[in-house]
Design a protein around this ligand. Sequence first.
Ligand SMILES: Cc1ncc(C[n+]2csc(CCOP(=O)(O)OP(=O)(O)O)c2C)c(N)n1
Length: 296
Amino acid sequence: MVSIALHDLELMLFIRRFEENLLQLYAEGKIAGTTHTCIGQEYIPVAMAPLLRDDFIISNHRGHGHYLSHCDDAEGLLAELMGRQGGASGGFGGSQHLRRDSYISTGIQGEGLAVGTGVALHFRNSGLPRIVAVYVGDGTWGEGAVYEALNMAQLWRLPVLVLVEHNGIAQSTETAHQMAGTIAGRAAGFGITCKEIHSTDITAVRAEMAADVARVRAEHRPHVAVFHTLRLGPHSKGDDSRAPAAIARLAERDWLRAAASNDPATFDRLDAKARDRVAQVTATVSARPLAGDAPW
Ligand SMILES: Cc1ncc(C[n+]2csc(CCOP(=O)(O)OP(=O)(O)O)c2C)c(N)n1
């Protein structure tokens, strides 16, 4: 039995239906470029967003759920993806490059941690009580920039919270085939604390994270949280290299299944609401003019 606040379930369902709709729009040729959906992982940013309201968020290539959770700007996101006016990055950044006042994303693996360490240095030097939360995948721990950033963050006592969405696969390579040791062990090499979170119950995840976020803020030091999660969609649009049976096994742990069986009536009501909102956002954005020529 899981207990999910209605607003959390509503947002998680909205992200799920929003991204399913994106895959459909790609299939229909209404979106160009690329997209990486976070289907199965939605509960992580929805759990984190209320803990990080006044902080700085750095996202990655799989960032729609992060953006919708932290920025609440579905029209800006879809307009960005469809190259329409009102897009988060003026219609020129696309899926992987979104920008708001205290939010940026990058498709370059590892870049987020390097940039985030610099932003955290600024916060510390300015005496601001803000922290930087950086979302990374487990496969990104193969990038050297991650270790340079962790080293400086720990040495300089910077408030960097690393949120690792450990879905066990990077594009088509299983983590077990490319990672020696563990993320926790690597963090420990720098003297950085690390917590592993196995639950997909949003309420439990948020409760687990609250004290760690407060400590990063109060003590000015980095911390790594590893969310053992599941990627249920393809890496990008239609490039899933896994056997259907393996994906079906993963889907048994989908938070959505637990929520649906927990309280079917509430689930159906909120799911219908999410689907309606997606249809409405799509209609609004589709009617907008194209963003126009790039300014460069
Ligand atoms: C520096 C760099 N190298 C390669 C890529 C191509 N690429 C995009 S996503 C990805 C896999 C990322 O895996 P992981 O960090 O585990 O995140 P996930 O996709 O599982 O969320 C790769 C290799 C890239 N974006 N940046």
